[in-house]
Design a protein around this ligand. Structure first.
Ligand code: ADP
Ligand code: MG
Length: 330
């Protein structure tokens, strides 16, 4: 690269004005960073890779890309109820485009600073554009028990909830691919959901001790719910009438089937899907208020494996239209 690898790291990914504190004993600059988990906590660790052409368009705004690369990782911590501490950044770059790097770093660090999550190391190499972040968070361990929210804790009778809005990222994707027409204002809103998702970190923290199971929605509600149901060895019932309003783009001309398909199978939403005992209903609402994050109850967990979609009268909705392929995954 014209700009040498070490100059690039120093200029864009080192921040002498931000001393490492707390859990971080050593950051960028040596062979390893050093993290010290606080007494009574454990580390939560997750990696997510973004590949050009597969996860983002080649011409995407680099500032939003910097945001999203970290947001999808913060979202994994949120799903576990972990508090963000630090992250590493492995970057493969086709060249040292300084305008691109500056904007990417701005988007990345704006979100990192908002969550007090520091960059502690990484790797930089020439190659096709590829961004891999590994993130480290902490979760309390109380009386030998981890407080992490896992996929495996859902139980029959639990209510099933989602945060925020669903399907708008997919709507934007379809518009950007020319498969759907959207008015400029609607496209702008949907596009913000696709390119700058909001990781629900505060909600994840507030749900510790309240939710029985959680994950973040990256591949679409139906598929991701399957992960909870398999891990928890149970089934679920979802009321489709509670789903349609979850699409933020309410004034876009879409028929009900399209709307439901976007919400059920959209993907890239980075909202939390979680189960909580019915007795925790008020506690869930209190957690949502504390985190200033809207939540919607969409159904409940059942002992019988598989997923049942029902209408407002409890009649099964299945076998046709957008759900044909997602009938159940027992
Ligand atoms: P090594 O060869 O020992 O793996 P490198 O020469 O790759 O180390 O990196 C030098 C230092 O710069 C290390 O502390 C590494 O963590 C850090 N680093 C490299 N690339 C990045 C990056 N993209 N962002 C942040 N830190 C980085
Ligand atoms: Mg080394």
């Amino acid at each position: 690269m014209a700009l040498g690898e070490f100059d690039l790291i120093r200029r864009y990914f080192t921040r002498p004005d931000r001393p490492y504190t707390g859990a971080i004993q050593l950051g960028v600059g040596d062979d390893c960073a050093l993290l010290q988990a606080a007494p009574g906590t454990q580390l939560a660790i997750s990696s997510d890779m973004l590949v050009e052409g597969r996860h983002f368009f080649p011409d995407v705004d680099p500032q939003t890309l910097g945001h999203k690369a970290l947001a999808v990782n913060l979202s994994d911590l949120a799903a576990c109820g972990a508090r963000p501490l630090a992250f590493t950044l492995a970057l493969s770059l086709p060249g040292a485009d300084e305008a691109w790097l500056g904007a990417f770093a701005r988007g990345l660090f704006a979100l990192a600073d908002a969550h007090d999550c520091q960059l502690i190391g990484g790797d930089t190499t020439r190659g096709p554009l590829n961004i891999c972040i590994t993130i480290f968070g902490e979760v309390p361990v109380v009386q030998g028990r981890s407080q992490a929210l896992l996929r495996s804790g859902a139980r029959a009778g639990d209510e099933l909830w989602v945060s925020g809005t669903l399907g708008d990222a997919r709507l934007a994707l379809e518009a950007l691919q020319g498969r759907r027409q959207l008015a400029p204002a609607a496209l702008q809103l949907a596009r913000a959901r696709l390119e700058q998702p909001t990781p629900r970190v505060a909600l994840g923290l507030a749900l510790r001790g309240v939710a029985s199971a959680a994950l973040d929605l990256s591949d679409g509600l139906l598929g991701d719910l399957g992960h909870i149901l398999r891990a928890s060895a149970c089934g679920a019932r979802i009321e489709t009438s509670l789903l349609a309003p979850l699409l933020a783009a309410q004034d876009v001309a879409l028929n009900m089937e399209d709307r439901l398909a976007l919400v059920l199978a959209g993907g890239d939403d980075y909202e939390l899907l979680f189960a909580a005992p019915a007795a925790q209903h008020q506690a869930v609402l209190a957690a949502a208020r504390l985190a200033a994050t809207p939540v919607t109850r969409i159904g409940h967990i059942e002992a019988e494996p598989g997923l049942r979609l029902v209408d407002a009268q409890g009649r099964p909705v299945s076998g046709s239209g957008p759900y044909a392929s997602f009938d159940h995954f027992a």
